[in-house]
Design a protein around this ligand. Structure first.
Ligand code: NAP
Length: 497
C-alpha cells in the first residue's frame, strides 16, 4: 500500500518517540509516522496515574534541554503536570498529525532485498520503513507477580500501571504487594483513606528525604523573564546529580565512602520517622544504598506507624479469593489487591516487547540470549540494520530519562542523515565496532556499585539474567552526549540496494 511506505517509522509516542520525531524534523526528514498503541501520547506519564505519582528528580532536569518550561509548579512535578508538558511539546512541534493512535506493533522484519523494515500492526496492516526507531521505553509492560492464586482473587485487582480512577478505595481493606519506588509514592497517599492497609515487602527499599516545595511565583516569573536563571538552576541540579552518580555508583570502587555517606542520611531519616526499633529493623535494607533503585519520600516510612497500616514481611504462600495467606498460615482478608510489582524489563519478551527479525531472520531476543545483552552505543545491534532501539542495553548513564533520550535520538538521526546524504539504503553497525563498545562497557561495569558484594540480597533489576548490569552505561551523560555527536559514522557500513 503506497500510503504506508515511509522513510522512518517510530514505534511509541512517549518521550523517546517524541524526541526522535523532533530530531527528524530538525534534520529536514518529514516522512515519518509514529505508531502508538494507546489513544494518547505520553507513554509512562499517560499510563501511570496512581495516587502520588510524581517525578523524583527535580523538574528542571526532567524536561528537554531544547524545550524548557519556566513555570513548573513544584520542585518535583506531579504526574499530571508532566503529562501537560508532554502534550505541550507535541503540539509545539506539530507532531500530533504524525501519530497513528490505537496502533499496536506486533512484529517487524528486515527485508534484505530492498533494505526495508516491514512493520505489522495488530490491526493487520503492514507498514514499510527504510528506518525503524523503536522507542518502546523502559517501563511499558506490567509485571504480575508469580504468586499462586493471583488470578483467582475475587475482589478488585489493580496493577499500578493500569490504575482504575473509578475505583474508590475509601473505607476498604487493601493489600499492596511490592515496595519499590511506585509503592513508596502510593502507600502514604492511600493509607489516609483506606480502612486497613497491608503492605507486603519482599526486599526493603532505601528512602531519602524529598526536598519538595511549591516553586514560589516570584521564581517562576524570574525563570520566565530571564532564561539564563533557568539554565543556571538546571545546570546546578544536573551537575549535582551527575557527580553523585558518577562518583558514588558508576565509579564506586574509587570512592565507596560516598554511598556510605548517603546511606547514613537515609538511616537517620528512618530513625526520625520510625521510633519503634523492631519496625525499623524490618524496614531497613541489608544491602548497600544504591544497589537497588532508592526512593525519595517524606512520609513513606512514617506511614507504617499508623494504626491502620501493617508491614507484612512473611513470604506470601498464595492468594485466596478473599485475601492473602502468608507462609506462617495467617490469612489477611482484603477487598482490593494492588500490585506494585513493577515492570518487565530486560526479560526475554520485554525489550522491545514485540519480535524483531533482522538479517537471516534472526530474532533479536534469541540473539541476546546467545550473545548476552549488548548494543553499540546503547542503541543498535549488528545484524539488525536500519534499526534504533530506545532503550537498548548499555543505555542508562544515570539519572534523567530525557537526558539519555536526547543523546540516543541524536545518534539515530546522525546515522539516518548520513545514510540519506550518501544515497544508502542500508546502515548496519559493524561487528568490530560493537565488540569494541561491548568490551569498553564490560570493563567499565567492574567499577560500578552493582557488582560489589555489598549488593548481595538486593534483588536488583539492574542485574540481568547473566548477572551483569547491562542496562548501565558506566560513563557520564556528558560523555554519552559527546559520543552521540562524535561517534565515527564509519562504524556503520552503508550499502545501496
Ligand atoms: P520495582 O522497583 O520493580 O518494584 C517492584 C516491587 O514488587 C519490589 O518491591 C519487588 O520485590 C516486588 N515484587 C515483585 N514481584 C513480587 C513477588 N512475586 N512477590 C513479592 N513481591 C514482589 O517496580 P516499581 O516500584 O514500579 O518501580 C519501577 C521503576 O519505575 C523504578 O525503579 C523507577 O525507575 C521507576 N519509577 C519512577 C518513579 C519516578 O521517577 N517518579 C516513580 C515510580 C517508579 P523485590 O524487590 O524483592 O524484587
Amino acid at each position: 500500500m503506497s500510503d504506508d511506505v515511509h522513510e522512518v517509522v517510530i514505534v511509541g509516542a512517549g518521550f523517546a518517540g517524541i524526541c526522535a520525531a523532533i530530531r527528524l524534523k530538525d534534520a529536514g526528514i518529514d516522512d515519518f509516522v509514529m505508531l502508538e498503541r494507546a489513544d494518547d501520547v505520553g507513554g509512562t506519564w499517560r499510563d501511570n496515574r496512581y495516587p502520588g505519582v510524581a517525578v523524583d528528580i527535580p523538574s528542571v532536569t526532567y524536561q528537554f534541554s531544547f524545550a524548557q518550561k519556566s513555570d513548573w509548579r513544584r520542585v518535583f512535578a506531579r504526574g499530571a503536570e508532566v503529562k501537560d508538558y508532554v502534550d505541550d511539546v507535541v503540539d509545539r512541534y506539530g507532531l500530533r498529525e504524525h501519530v497513528r493512535f490505537n496502533t499496536e506493533v506486533v512484529d517487524a522484519e528486515f527485508d534484505e532485498d530492498d533494505h526495508r523494515w516491514r512493520v505489522r500492526t495488530a490491526g493487520g496492516r503492514t507498514l514499510s520503513a527504510r528506518f525503524l526507531i523503536s522507542a518502546h521505553g523502559v517501563f511499558s509492560k506490567a509485571k504480575r507477580p508469580d504468586i499462586d492464586g493471583v488470578e483467582d482473587f475475587a475482589g478488585k485487582t489493580i496493577h499500578t500501571l493500569h490504575w482504575d480512577d473509578d475505583h474508590d478505595l475509601t473505607g476498604e481493606r487493601v493489600a499492596v504487594i511490592g515496595t519499590g519506588a511506585t509503592s513508596v509514592q502510593l502507600v502514604p497517599e492511600i493509607a489516609k483513606k483506606v480502612e486497613r492497609l497491608d503492605v507486603y515487602q519482599r526486599t526493603p527499599i532505601w528512602v531519602v528525604p524529598r526536598p519538595d516545595v511549591r516553586v514560589p511565583p516570584a521564581v517562576r516569573r524570574l525563570f520566565g523573564a530571564l532564561p539564563p536563571a533557568r539554565w543556571a538552576a538546571r545546570a546546578a541540579v544536573s551537575a549535582g546529580i551527575e557527580i553523585a552518580m558518577l562518583l558514588g555508583v558508576t565509579n564506586h570502587t574509587r570512592l565507596p565512602f560516598l554511598v556510605k555517606g548517603i546511606r547514613k542520611l537515609a538511616e537517620r531519616h528512618l530513625e526520625r520517622q520510625v521510633p519503634d526499633p523492631e519496625l525499623r529493623r524490618r524496614l531497613r535494607p541489608q544491602y548497600e544504598f544504591g544497589c537497588k533503585r532508592p526512593a525519595l519520600s517524606n512520609d513513606y516510612w512514617r506511614t507504617f506507624t499508623r494504626d491502620n497500616v501493617d508491614l507484612v514481611t512473611e513470604k506470601i504462600q498464595r492468594i485466596l479469593p478473599h485475601g492473602i495467606e502468608t507462609v506462617d498460615g495467617q490469612v489477611r482478608e482484603i477487598d482490593t489487591l494492588i500490585l506494585a510489582t513493577g515492570f518487565q524489563f530486560l526479560e526475554y519478551d520485554s525489550v522491545p516487547g514485540y519480535p524483531l527479525r533482522g538479517e537471516g531472520g534472526v530474532d533479536l531476543r534469541d540473539w541476546w540470549v546467545d550473545n548476552r545483552y549488548q548494543a553499540y552505543e546503547g542503541i543498535s545491534v549488528t545484524g539488525f540494520p536500519n534499526l534504533f532501539l530506545i532503550p537498548a542495553p548499555h543505555f542508562a548513564t544515570s539519572w534523567s530519562w530525557l537526558v539519555m533520550v536526547e543523546s540516543q535520538t541524536r545518534h539515530a538521526q546522525r546515522v539516518i542523515s548520513h545514510a540519506l546524504r550518501n544515497g544508502a539504503t542500508y546502515a548496519g553497525v559493524r561487528p568490530d565496532a560493537q565488540r569494541r563498545f561491548y568490551r569498553e562497557m564490560d570493563t567499565g561495569h567492574e567499577k560500578t556499585l552493582f557488582l560489589n558484594p555489598s549488593c548481595a540480597g538486593s534483588n536488583t533489576y539492574y542485574l540481568d539474567r547473566d548477572g551483569r548490569p547491562s542496562i548501565v552505561r558506566p560513563q557520564s551523560s556528558v560523555t554519552a552526549r559527546w559520543r552521540a555527536n562524535r561517534f565515527p559514522l564509519d562504524d556503520y557500513e552503508l550499502r545501496a540496494s
